[in-house]
Write a protein that binds this ligand. Sequence first.
Ligand code: NOJ
Length: 716
Amino acid sequence: MANTAARSAAVEKKIDEILSKMTIEEKVGQMQQLAANMDAAKLDEYRKMGTIGSFLHVLGNDTQKYIEPAEKSRLGIKPIFGIDAIHGHALLKGATVFPSQLAAACTFDEQLVEKMGEVTAKEVAADGLDWVFSPVLCMGRDLRWGRIDETFGEDTEVVARLGAAIIKGYQKDGLVAACAKHYIAYGEATGGRDAYDSQVTERRVREVLLKPFKAAADAEVMSVMTAYGSIDGKPFTTSRKWLTDILKDELGFNGLIVTDWDNYKALVHGQRVCEDLCEACKDGILAGNDMCMYTDVFYNAAIEAVKNGEIPMSAIDDSVRRILRMKARLGLLDGMPARKLPPRSVIGCAEHAAINYEVAKESAVLLKNNGVLPLGDVKSVAVIGLNADDVGAQYGDWTYYSHPNPNPQATPKDSVYTLLKGVREVFGDARVTYAKGCVIEDGDCGADSDKAMDEAVACAKAADVAVVVIGDRLKYNGEGKDVAQPILRGRQIELLKRVKAVNHKVVAVLVNGKPLVLSEAEGYCDAIVETFNGGDMCGLAAARLIKGEENFGGKLPISFPCGVGSGPDYYNQYDYWHGGRYADVKHENPYPFGFGLSYSRFEYSAPVLSAGKAKRDGAVRVSVTVKNASDVDGKETVQLYFRDRVCKMLTPVRKLLDFKKVFIGAGESKTVTFDVAVADLGYYDENCVYTVDAGAFDFYVSGDGINFGHAELIVE
Ligand code: NOJ
């Protein structure tokens, strides 16, 4: 503690010293971030100045040409390099590519997610970069949104806990800076349309969306990114209320705020709230943005606005101080202790692959099993489907296949396990046949999709079991890829139907960015496994899981849709008082939040409270005994939900309060306890004041989001 205080006093002294020497141009230069793929001539001009604060999407091999001019500049302040390392340092071919955030959330395992952050940080730092634009703390609730794959799912508690865990991993030993994004309400954009107006109220933001950012601030996240959107007609980029009053002052976030890509331009050209870019820069800085991503006119505009007195120097100094503080923490300022950078050999190393395998294994979710799994030692396996052997589709967004420069023809690195490769290795090459199967989008399988379909059916007919890999493609998954219909596209349902007609063991494996409507497809499947975008090791993990060499432990952090247009389908909605159902869709969701099967069979005792009554400032312990009533060791995620039975404001049917993932050996029992502070059972009233009611509260304990044990607490 004393050390940290001394260090930060030394840092602040150093920053004061630098600030006192800086010209306006040098200060504003620090607030500018430019991108590797912007206009090359302009970039070169800025690069040579040596005073630009940050660059993004520059990979390790290129950093030196940006560092040199900076070192030669008057104050010698090095630039900070940012990168979208969202699930591993995945824009660099050869680095470890982890499962997407959504897949990783299925682990419900904070330690594993922290490790994922730690590994990514090591590889990013070893590549000479400093700053990851991760994690995404947006809520994944509207399945039309293209970026569902980047979220930790639909629940506040899960997003907050896993978000804080990965931040801890990234920032361990000060290796890289993390960036919590996108602040705020980005996932709530109307119609699931990316970067659009969010029709939410402040109360809803506080009830559902703010907690993950509070958790990030508490985890000392070094930066936050401003969302593209708007709330109540006000763009976040110009909202002093949301950026300064709430994020910096109320939540106590003391890092730097960077805009998202070209937010300043959107203020003029899309949102029409500023006359020109000069006004946009002024409004953005005064709202609390410290660094401007990509929009290069920011540099001259902000200098001009300071010179003519429109932006006070104190605002600029505050931003520059935050930027220099982050650089100091990363050892980028002269005289500050340097980070111990890992050697380049850690990038994609075997130790990281082993951790990646663990994440992939724990993130696979068994949705359905009529007894066909585990497959054991079957004689022959037909693997069918384009996604069984398509690294781009398996990786999802933000890798060297997709972003920022789409490269669908990229050759995969050798170490990637597609489903096909995994099944071949696990079941033995000679037993496995493969057919692409069917069209998901136009042009798949060449011109003759009937022929491809016939070949797949013949392949399925000749094998003991058909593993059909279905899902979506990069065209429908990721930033800018919103869809009106989250469905299995092309002829995939027809394929399943025809395969089922010739083989009585059909195992569907989903490789996709988000939950899709399965209502028709599931009737043709004996088992369904969800892997989302499972990264490098997904194929090996899934193959071992379906064979039975491993057990499933994943749970859904997001609900599947009941039908096209049935959304929102997230679990913690309000009660309905007038039906609230569509006449054409069955609403009993077979795959809700919290669901996931296992080869183990877990039996729950009724939950027991340490006391039936508690004071508002008191606490209570909830205990439940879980028995593994099978002969297979397994992991179970025990979930604790609550409800304020009668409340002056609407509150959800139930809300996740806590979860614990436990290993329970075959035949063993474990008592799982949750310590609940009554202060956490509150809600925001109509004036957005946090309140805890007296009265009855219901606790629900579950292992699948469908069956619940119940206990009652009276708060006095
Ligand atoms: C836009 C995305 O919204 C954001 O998540 C990303 O970090 C930046 N671009 C930089 O690529």
